[in-house]
Design a protein. Structure first.
Length: 478
């Protein structure tokens, strides 16, 4: 389904890691947390004699309030899960993963039984003991060999399984085509370059009216995450491993080129928002409200907001690969994903119930039926369904083909451009202190956006020194 860099290597690695997974259960006997509490709604099943009779309470990751349609799907899943497991009480957790909050949540025993996270967090969570070793549960899972290995491999650490993939993406550029056409700006080809992006962004920007050509994220770790795509496209790397040591590699010619491009977007083209301090939600909001023509992100969330909240027609919103540094270059975008992790403080019974909940709809006809009902309901409401760029299952599997057949039946299902998809080139995120690196680069980006004559070489050097000393030097790499 996607052209992914290092695909064969990842497949081979994943196979070897799975082979290394033993049949034993979790590492340590977890402490029973007595059923952790969240501020979510409590939903209880009725005893129908199925499965275990032991009463178990789990708190589960629940979509954000503005994700109305996704919440409907989750509620339907909860209902069906409780029919099969009436001994389980489910609490809907209102906490969504935040790298700055996870330590506090774990220390105070307030983290939910199941929480969401992203691809960079595997080693971070494992090293701190904040992710349950679910190797035993995984090895007993009937469909483990049908899971997308490119995605699942991100949460295999030292041959052990610490999370389950939900979906994945290759970071893309989402473009409001109508905004370009309204300003008579040529829509670039999918096989575009940095120069094409710069020209389009400059052409559509209208600062006096509060319209930007592109809205690169400018605060929180999202700013460093956005910028790293350009580092990759210019041929750079975040880090290297040398003799068991993690070495910062982003202070390079590629890093400098990527910073120079951001400087051009801000000061030469005047193409970014005047109030540039945007996080992910702010940038997505700007796109859906027609205040910017382009943002950089995984496509699914922005497309949903643009069409279902912003009222943008599907033919007016396009998903581009990231631009190549120059013609003929790679369209590298960060390969990321959404994962679910089980709290290591949960009891054995809670962990099992949580794993069953995570995988409950995987490879089931019930999920296909639920998705089709959701698509039909959205059609009745004049709304659109946006498939994930990459699902937890292999796209060429029988199950993947069944899902695609459903998507093909309806005209309110967003269709990704095949031409664009063929150009996607996913590059995995670094596995050591990636969020710390993103944070350091966010500081540099904010300096560039706020000061015209920022010394790029100096700031890049300072960021590299900070990340090396405070984070990378403390890691013993495998």
């Amino acid at each position: 389904m996607r052209k992914l860099s290092m695909m064969m290597l990842c497949l081979a690695l994943f196979s070897s890691l799975l082979a290394a997974c033993g049949s034993s259960n979790t590492n340590e006997k977890p402490t029973n947390n007595g059923g952790q509490k969240s501020s979510g709604t409590v939903t209880e099943g009725t005893d129908n004699g199925k499965e275990s009779d032991k009463k178990v309470t789990i708190s589960v990751y629940y979509p954000l309030p503005d994700q109305v349609e996704i919440r409907k799907l989750e509620d339907d899943k909860i209902r069906r899960y409780l029919e099969k497991y009436p001994n389980v009480t489910i609490e809907k957790s209102d906490w969504h993963y935040n790298v700055n909050e996870i330590g506090i949540k774990m220390a105070s025993n307030e983290a939910p039984t199941i929480f969401n996270t992203f691809a960079t967090e595997a080693k971070f969570l494992v090293e701190r003991g904040w992710a349950a070793d679910i190797t035993g549960l995984w090895n007993n899972y009937a469909h483990k060999d049908e899971i997308n290995p490119i995605l699942q491999g991100q949460f295999i650490v030292d041959g052990k399984v610490f999370g389950v993939t939900q979906s994945g993406y290759v970071t893309s550029t989402i473009v409001n085509k109508k905004m370009l056409e309204d300003k008579n700006v040529p829509v670039p080809p999918y096989d575009w370059t940095w120069d094409d992006m710069l020209a389009a962004a400059k052409g559509v920007a209208d600062p006096a009216k509060g319209i930007s050509g592109i809205a690169p994220m400018g605060k929180e770790n999202a700013a460093g995450w956005n910028w790293t795509n350009f580092l990759f496209e210019a041929g750079g790397e975040i880090q290297t491993i040398e003799d068991g040591k993690v070495k910062a590699a982003f202070n390079s010619e590629a890093g400098l080129k990527a910073l120079e491009f951001y400087q051009k977007l801000r000061w030469e083209a005047n193409a970014i928002p005047q109030d540039w301090a945007l996080n992910w939600g702010d940038a997505v909001g700007a796109l859906s409200q027609g205040r910017t023509a382009m943002i950089i992100a995984g496509a699914e969330g922005p497309l949903d907001a643009a069409m279902n909240q912003g009222g943008i027609k599907p033919e007016d919103i396009l998903t581009f690969p990231m631009p190549a540094f120059e013609k003929g270059g790679k369209h590298y975008g960060i390969l990321g994903g959404d994962y679910l992790v089980i709290n290591p403080n949960a009891s054995k019974e809670e962990q099992e119930a949580a794993f069953n909940y995570i995988t409950f709809d995987y490879f089931s006809d019930a999920w296909l039926e639920s998705v089709e009902r959701d698509i039909q309901a959205r059609k009745g409401e004049g709304k659109y369904f946006i498939p994930s760029q990459m699902y937890y299952f292999k796209s060429d599997s029988e199950y993947g083909k069944k899902a695609q057949a459903i998507f093909d039946k309806y005209d309110n299902v967003y269709k990704y451009s095949e031409e664009s998809n063929k150009l996607l080139d996913g590059k995995p995120e670094a596995q050591y202190s990636t969020q710390d690196y993103y944070g350091a680069m966010t500081n540099v980006i904010q300096e560039i956006f706020s000061k015209k004559d920022t010394d790029l070489k100096q700031k890049l050097q300072e960021a590299s020194d900070t990340v090396q000393k405070n984070f990378f030097d403390k890691i013993a790499a495998e």
